[in-house]
Design a protein around this ligand. Structure first.
Ligand code: NAD
Ligand code: DAU
Length: 350
């Protein structure tokens, strides 16, 4: 049996990747290593956490000794590394947590993989899951390609850029069999409601203001999370070692247009008069260093590995909103406790 370590699989994207691998590959043993930060939630895994080929390990990737011992004990064949601090606004408030988890944590994993594989890299793979934010910000035209120079602007994106460089350095220096993907904004079930889509769904549910940064003119390229998981599967299995693949939906929206779609669909589903939710839109102080536009060119992945998004945005956003409305207990659970303090600190003075 192949042993695959997925880091951060109690989080949003990781839980979808773990579900796909556990169900699709019964001959793989899937280990989920997660620290269970505020963003990690075992509830996200409950439909498959009793599967015989799945195991949860509680632990911190920043703890180098723990990681080394874990790799020595289990001798993983592959790593799919998603664990990270992932929210830009939090990185502006507290950069050091991002440096530790995203940079030091990644190097600990690289060192442990290098140590147990000892130059015998046959059948081994270290897959680093990264973001399009490393490329910086686009003007009104153009796309991010795999060879677009890195130009990160937030502590979050700078920490991810740094980890990408280190992963490539371990390939170039030690021959570690790495592969990297850089994906655009994900949306879908199980996303922590600090990110735009679930935050606004939750606020509409409670008739709370919808805090739009600046003028709402920033553009993001949205991909349904299950399509991201499918891309990771394809790249993990078929991507050539040492390569990078961009993943994106060719689905650009200004924030304000996207928010209006969410408002409209929420009004329909909640049986509210059309226009009710839009009245909650409140323009607030812009995010510091706010990147104007992200747009991914994913033609390398589509042409070389045959992946393409399975869903149109209209279908994806409907499925997403249905999921949050059908899982209000999940939303209530993750927004109790510390979330209230976080919300007050982030939005109290905006
Ligand atoms: P998330 O915040 O929902 O989940 C992150 C997970 O990592 C959580 O379960 C958390 O407990 C765990 N974690 C954090 N620090 C840890 C540590 N020190 N040790 C062990 N576990 C730790 O994040 P996400 O949105 O699912 O993103 C997953 C990955 O995908 C990240 O690397 C992120 O940079 C990347 N990514 C995200 C998006 C997006 O739109 N969300 C897009 C492209 C790439
Ligand atoms: O592009 C990939 C990245 O997408 C990932 O690497 C990150 O982990 C993920 O968080 C996401 O980053 P963004 O900063 O683009 O996502 P977020 O949901 O925080 O914000 C999306 C846009 O909405 C952005 O332009 C900021 C804006 N926004 C966000 C929030 C939370 C608002 O206007 N108001 C808000 O309250």
């Amino acid at each position: 049996m192949k042993k695959i370590l997925i880091t951060g699989a109690a989080g949003f994207i990781g839980s979808h990747v773990a579900r796909l691998f556990v169900n699709k590959y019964p001959d793989y043993e899937i280990f989920n290593l997660d620290k269970l930060t505020y963003a990690g939630n075992l509830e996200n895994l409950k439909d498959f956490d009793k599967a015989p080929n799945y195991k949860f390990i509680l632990g911190d990737i920043v703890d180098g000794d723990f990681i080394m011992n874990l790799f020595k004990e289990h001798k993983f064949d592959g790593v799919i590394h998603l664990a990270a601090e992932s929210h830009v606004d939090r990185s502006i408030e507290n950069p050091m947590e991002f440096i530790m988890a995203n940079i030091v944590g990644t190097v600990n994993l690289l060192n442990a993989a290098k140590h147990i594989w000892e130059g015998n890299y046959e059948g081994k793979r270290f897959y680093h899951v990264s973001t399009d934010e490393v490329y910086g910000s686009l003007g009104e035209e153009g796309f991010f390609y795999e060879d677009t120079p890195y130009d990160p602007h937030s502590p979050y994106s700078a920490s991810k850029a740094s980890s990408d460089h280190l992963v490539r350095a371990y390939h170039d220096t030690y021959g570690l069999p790495i592969i990297i993907s850089n994906c655009s904004n994900n949306y879908g079930p199980n996303q922590f409601p600090e990110k735009l889509v679930p935050l606004f769904i939750n606020n509409i549910r409670h008739n709370k203001p919808l805090p739009v940064y600046g003028k709402g003119e920033n553009v993001r390229d949205w991909l349904y999370v299950i399509d991201h998981a499918a891309a990771i599967d394809v790249i993990y299995h078929n991507g050539p070692t040492g390569e990078t693949f961009n993943i994106g939906g060719h689905n650009e929206w200004t924030n304000i247009d996207l928010i209006k779609v969410v408002c409209k669909v929420m009004d329909e589903k909640l049986g509210r008069e059309v226009g009710t939710s839009e009245k909650l839109i409140t323009y607030v102080t812009d995010r510091a260093g706010h990147d104007l536009r992200y747009a991914i060119d994913s033609s390398k992945l589509q042409n070389e590995l045959g992946w393409k998004p399975s869903l149109q945005f209209e279908e994806g956003i409907n499925l997403t909103i249905d999921w949050y409305l059908n899982n209000q207990e999940w939303l209530d659970n993750v927004t109790s406790g510390n979330y209230q303090k976080y919300y007050e600190e982030m939005y109290g003075d905006r």
